[in-house]
Every structure is written in structure tokens, then in C-alpha cells.
Design a protein around this ligand. Structure first.
Ligand code: SAH
Length: 357
């Protein structure tokens, strides 16, 4: 059997974690050992639906097949080494990876949903000025099974009756810079042979890697959020340096042409920075820029970083900004900071380990 076979332009995972595999690959593997193809779904059902942690548990498989699986694969189970709990119910998980790296994921319960904020990379190469993860630089990409491990670790921490309802790739890293593994993860999350999660409940947030945004929406049905943060190239070049490669006009032109489903809209995220991007003139420019798109805006309170001159906008400034957007017929919501007391809020992930104050 060959688990490292290439499929549809995606590199296969390098590890031998069974959770990395897609149905195609498991079917090939099953065929290569002379088993019937329905066995593939049977094994995947054990892993993703029944939560099996070893092949020995799969009692309805022939012993020879179980042995063969055991020799080639492991079923990784995540160790969430540390959980911090915020007074607002937010929980931050530190998920340990096999090579000693660690990533953070955040469980955010609100009245109607329980959202899991997931990481896509260890660190990040995008160098956004206001983000703690950026200060780590990029250590490495996560594999699909490592991204999925965050869901398993989170489920383990849920209270009785609590269930994850929404999944956002807004944790550490730039998901579209880890594109093949992200798509593999999304495939496993949304397939009936995988986790069976509705793609409408999944949002991928990007700093604006234009070619990959286009690919993502043509290849998967998930929601897209774009981190905008500025209404001029001069400012965006500074706040999110990727803007030097894909400037605002290129980014917004691409957003205009994206194959957005009829009902859904692109979310633009906008971190509110006092005296930097929160003026009423900024709000009016934002209406002009994204008003014509099928878009909504999510205004985010800035969570301050150590040793940074940036400051959060006042609530009054955020509300005045929101009012201008709403008057311009642009839906804008204010994202309340959650988990601030445990450094689990937007942009704070992994701050304390790598940036001792
Ligand atoms: N790389 C992706 C996803 C990770 S960042 C992206 O850029 O979208 C997820 C969101 O958190 C982004 O909108 C980002 O701008 C925001 N964010 C980063 N640092 C922040 C901070 N210090 N305070 C508030 N939001 C922050």
C-alpha cells in the first residue's frame, strides 16, 4: 500500500496518521491488499464517527486487514496539554504536536453557538503589525490530522450537552498559505465518510492571498472572511505587508468576482486601531470600497500586544464607525472581545510563550 500517493494536485501527507487520509486513498489502500472497497468506508466510519483510537477496536474487520493497517498507520490522538478558562466561558487549548511544537485553539461559546477557532500553521509568515502570532515567524505548516486534532481536543473539553457548532480558521497562521492541507482538512471535515460537518458552518479567514482565495471558493463550499483593516494602500502596506503583493484594488477586484453563493456574503474583518484606521473618513472609504460587494463587515476590538504603540479604538469610536457603515447600507457587526483574560482573544494566540513580557 502507498499512503503517500498523490491525488488531484494535493501532496499526500508525509506522516502515517490514518486521520490524514481521504476516502480515495483508503479505497486504493484497501484494494491494494485485496480487500473489497466497502471496507474503506467502514474503517473511516470507525475513525471519524465512532472515534476509534486503535485498529484493534474495529472488530468487524478481518484480522488480516487490521494487522495490515496497524503496520502502516497510527491513529493519532491529540494531547491537549493545557487548558485555560476565561471568566466569559471561553477556553483556550494548547495542543501538543509530535515534534514538540504547540498550537492554540479556542472554544468560544455564545448564546446560540459554540465556535472553535482553529490554527492552520505553527506561527505565521504574514507579518501583520498588530498580531502576536506574527512575532513567532513561521515554524511550519500543520498537517490535516493536526488541524483535525484540534476538533478532537476541543470535544474532549466540552461540558455535557455542549457541542461544537461552528468552525473558524482564525487561529494561528494563514490558512491559505497551507492550501493543500487546508483543503484536505476541509474535505475530511465535510464529507459523509469523514466528520459530516456542514460547510456552511465553516469559515476560512485570510489576510488576502488572492490566487488561493479564488481556488478555495471554486473548490470548496465554505465561507470566506478577508482581513482588510485599512482603506488605503499606504496604511494596509504597513499593517498587513502582503498588501504590497496584492494591493487593495487587486484584492477587492478578486472579491467582486469570487463565486459567492447566492445566499452568502464575504465577511471583511477590520481591527479597530485608535487614530490609525478608525476615523469617520476611513468608515466612508470602507463603504465605497466594499459597499458594492456582497459583503458584511466585522469590526474587531484590537487586543493590544506588548511593546507595541498600537492602541484599541474606544467603544464610542467603534460605534460611530459602525453607524456610518450601517447608514451606507453596509451590514457591520462589532465582535466583542472574548477570552481576553486568558490571552485567547483575536491576535493573542501563542503570545505569552514566545514573547515573554
Ligand atoms: N491569517 C488569517 C487568520 C488568522 S488572524 C487572517 O489574517 O485572517 C484572524 C483574525 O484576527 C484576523 O482578522 C486578524 O486580523 C485578527 N487579529 C490579529 N491580531 C489581532 C489583535 N491583536 N487584535 C484583534 N484582532 C486581531
Amino acid at each position: 500500500m502507498n499512503a503517500n500517493r498523490q491525488t488531484s494536485a494535493e501532496p499526500a501527507p508525509t506522516g502515517a496518521d490514518f486521520r490524514d487520509l481521504t476516502l480515495d486513498e483508503v479505497e486504493q489502500m484497501v484494494a491494494s491488499v485485496g480487500e473489497r472497497s466497502y471496507r474503506a468506508r467502514q474503517i473511516l466510519h470507525w475513525v471519524h464517527a465512532r472515534g476509534a483510537e486503535s485498529f484493534d477496536e474495529m472488530r468487524d474487520l478481518p484480522a488480516a486487514l487490521r494487522n495490515c493497517l496497524k503496520q502502516s498507520f497510527t491513529i493519532g490522538h491529540p494531547v491537549s496539554s493545557f487548558v485555560s478558562r476565561s471568566s466569559d466561558g471561553t477556553r483556550k487549548l494548547l495542543v501538543q504536536l509530535d515534534d514538540g511544537e504547540e498550537i492554540e485553539s479556542v472554544i468560544i461559546p455564545t448564546e446560540k453557538r459554540v465556535t472553535l477557532c482553529m490554527s492552520s500553521q505553527v506561527g505565521c509568515a504574514m507579518a501583520c503589525e498588530f498580531c502576536a502570532t506574527a512575532r513567532m515567524g513561521l515554524h511550519r505548516n500543520l498537517t490535516a490530522s493536526e488541524m483535525l486534532a484540534q476538533i478532537l481536543a476541543a470535544r474532549h473539553e466540552l461540558a455535557a450537552g455542549e457541542e461544537l457548532t461552528n468552525f473558524v480558521f482564525m487561529g494561528m497562521g494563514e490558512p491559505l498559505a497551507n492550501y493543500p492541507r487546508l483543503v484536505r482538512t476541509l474535505t475530511i471535515m465535510t464529507s459523509d465518510w469523514g466528520m459530516g460537518i456542514s460547510p456552511r458552518r465553516i469559515t476560512v479567514s485570510t489576510v488576502g492571498l488572492v490566487p488561493m482565495m479564488e481556488r478555495l471558493l471554486s473548490e470548496t463550499p465554505v465561507n470566506l472572511a478577508v482581513s482588510l483593516h485599512a482603506t488605503t494602500n499606504e496604511l494596509r502596506d504597513r499593517l498587513a505587508p502582503i498588501n504590497q503583493r496584492y494591493p487593495l484594488e487587486v484584492l477587492l477586484d478578486a472579491c467582486r468576482k469570487l463565486p459567492i453563493k447566492r445566499r452568502s456574503r464575504i465577511t471583511f474583518e477590520y481591527v479597530m486601531l485608535a487614530g490609525v484606521n478608525d476615523s469617520l473618513a476611513d468608515a466612508r472609504r470602507l463603504v465605497k470600497l466594499v459597499g458594492p460587494l456582497r459583503a458584511k463587515v466585522n469590526l474587531i476590538f484590537y487586543n493590544p500586544l506588548a511593546r507595541s504603540p498600537l492602541r484599541a479604538s474606544s467603544r464610542a469610536a467603534v460605534e460611530a464607525f459602525q453607524a456610518i457603515l450601517n447608514n451606507g447600507n453596509l451590514t457591520a457587526t462589532i465582535r466583542e472581545s472574548r477570552g481576553l483574560d486568558i490571552a485567547a482573544a483575536c491576535g493573542q494566540l501563542y503570545a505569552e510563550q514566545h514573547n515573554p513580557a
